[in-house]
Design a protein. Structure first.
Length: 190
């Protein structure tokens, strides 16, 4: 069975973006990027990876799921952001933009969709955002990989949105500290 990994940048105080979706405070350069490029290959938008010469082959993922707000960050320049992956975007009120023919848009229950994806053959499924979607999928998340940036945002989009949930045990797999100040903390469902 395939597994769902929530791999996301987060502030020390638990926000994946600022109040208006800002994410420019997260470090996109530094010694942590080599590890991300190797271990979590394929998590950079295809066009940017191609420009930087970062290969997407060998990715632990073949599918990415995201909410509309996460997807919309790249619009209109990147309507097909991860063309090297199967892309599923959850939205209740938006239509597919021009140039996004390879992206699947759905208003279905995210839990049902992810369970169907997990039952298919393939590599891992990457949940790249957002917080509300992660909150809806919390019981389906098999691995949590936090790229913790050394910044306090004070407000914004929480790691699991505003949903309350029952305490859930996660087993630490690895914690790696980088000179950039970024810490990558990896957990698996206990």
């Amino acid at each position: 069975m395939r597994e769902l990994t929530y791999f996301v940048a987060v502030s020390v105080d638990g926000f994946i973006a600022g109040p208006n979706g800002e994410f420019d405070r997260f470090l996109a350069e530094g010694d942590h990027m080599d590890v991300i490029g190797e271990k979590y290959r394929g998590t950079v938008p295809t066009v940017l990876a191609d420009r930087a010469g970062v290969p997407a082959d060998g990715s632990p993922f073949d599918t990415v799921v995201m909410g509309w707000n996460t997807y919309a960050v790249g619009l209109p320049m990147l309507p097909d952001p991860y063309s090297h992956l199967r892309q599923v975007v959850f939205t209740r009120s938006h239509d597919a933009p021009e140039g996004a023919e390879a992206v699947e848009f759905t208003d279905r229950d995210p839990v049902d969709v992810v369970r169907e994806l997990k039952a298919e053959e393939g590599r891992g499924i990457w949940l790249c955002g957002g917080g509300s979607l992660a909150g809806a999928l919390i019981d389906e998340i098999d691995h949590l990989v936090l790229k913790i940036s050394p910044v306090l945002l004070g407000d914004g989009i929480r790691l699991f949105g505003d949903r309350s949930y029952a305490p859930t045990g996660m087993m630490p797999d690895a914690v790696t500290r980088f000179d950039s100040g970024v810490v990558i903390a990896e957990y698996s469902r206990g």
